[in-house]
Design a protein around this ligand. Structure first.
Ligand SMILES: C[S@@+](CC[C@H](N)C(=O)[O-])C[C@H]1O[C@@H](n2cnc3c(N)ncnc32)[C@H](O)[C@@H]1O
Length: 248
């Protein structure tokens, strides 16, 4: 892969992500190995990449970089589009401390450093800076702190960065907090959900039983059999009247 690192050749995305996930760890600059304990799957990485390539996206932003699996997929796809000025911005408070620079090491390994800009800090402090700079993106990925309020803040800010027609991917839809945010978006903002491959029936039944047991009010989304990652399209820049609210 080091040859690809210095060339303009297209990266084989499957090969890159598959290699990283099978290695299961990242080699840090000090020679030690940092195990990858979280991140999106190979299928999800390929889905993000094809969204970028098919929609000729040039600018992207994500919350939650961690070990950089999603970051790698996004940067590799941006490289493959061949677009000038292609850039991915990743927001994370702990990329160097908790994750010991693993994401940066991965990008370096595959020659993708120039496609990436890291904003070290939580979304609520970093995304406003991007907004103030006038940065806009064709794809945003939400995978930061998973609680309802933090995910809603991620959405609120990334929505302002996302261009009309842009794509918003949200991860960990198995969590009620994430489902609730998606319900808010669909009820209160102008977004449509893209088609997805429904969850297997057995998993849906398991989730339904959990909903009933915990009474988390998520029966509706569970019955929609949403996968772990869903993609929404921002239809326009509509802003509601000051008193607008739809229950969700
Ligand atoms: C599930 S991991 C992200 C996985 C990554 N997208 C991947 O596929 O490899 C969640 C990340 O969110 C970060 N995080 C925690 N609080 C955050 C916040 N307030 N804003 C942005 N990111 C946050 C954590 O440091 C962690 O790295």
């Amino acid at each position: 892969m080091t040859a690809a690192a210095s060339s303009n050749a297209q990266l084989d995305l499957f090969e890159v992500i598959h290699t990283v996930l099978t290695d299961g760890s990242v080699r840090l600059p000090n020679g030690s190995h940092k195990p990858i304990t979280g991140g999106i799957s190979l299928a999800e990485a390929l889905e993000l990449a094809s969204l970028i390539e098919e929609n000729e996206v040039r600018r992207t932003v994500e919350t939650g970089v961690a070990f950089g699996v999603s970051t790698l997929a996004i940067c590799a796809a941006l490289k493959n589009t061949g677009a000038t000025g292609a850039l991915h911005v990743g927001i994370d408070p702990d990329p160097r401390s908790q994750h010991e620079g693993a994401a940066l090491a991965q990008l370096e390994r595959f020659g993708l450093t120039s496609y990436f800009r890291l904003l070290e800090g939580p979304t609520h402090l970093m995304a406003p800076k991007l907004l103030a700079e006038g940065f806009h993106a064709g794809l945003a990925f939400i995978d930061g702190l998973h609680n309802f309020d933090y995910t809603l803040v991620d959405f609120f800010l990334l929505d302002k960065i996302l261009l009309p027609g842009g794509l918003l991917a949200i991860h960990d839809l198995d969590l009620p907090s994430k489902k609730k945010v998606v319900r808010f978006i669909l009820a209160n903002r102008h977004y449509e959900m893209l088609r997805y491959r429904p969850q297997p029936l057995a998993r849906t039944v398991r989730e339904l039983l959990r909903c009933i047991k915990h009474r988390d009010g998520m029966v509706g989304p569970v019955l929609r059999r949403m996968p772990r990652m869903i993609v929404l399209r921002k239809l326009d820049c509509w802003e509601p009247e000051w008193h607008y609210f739809k229950a969700f």
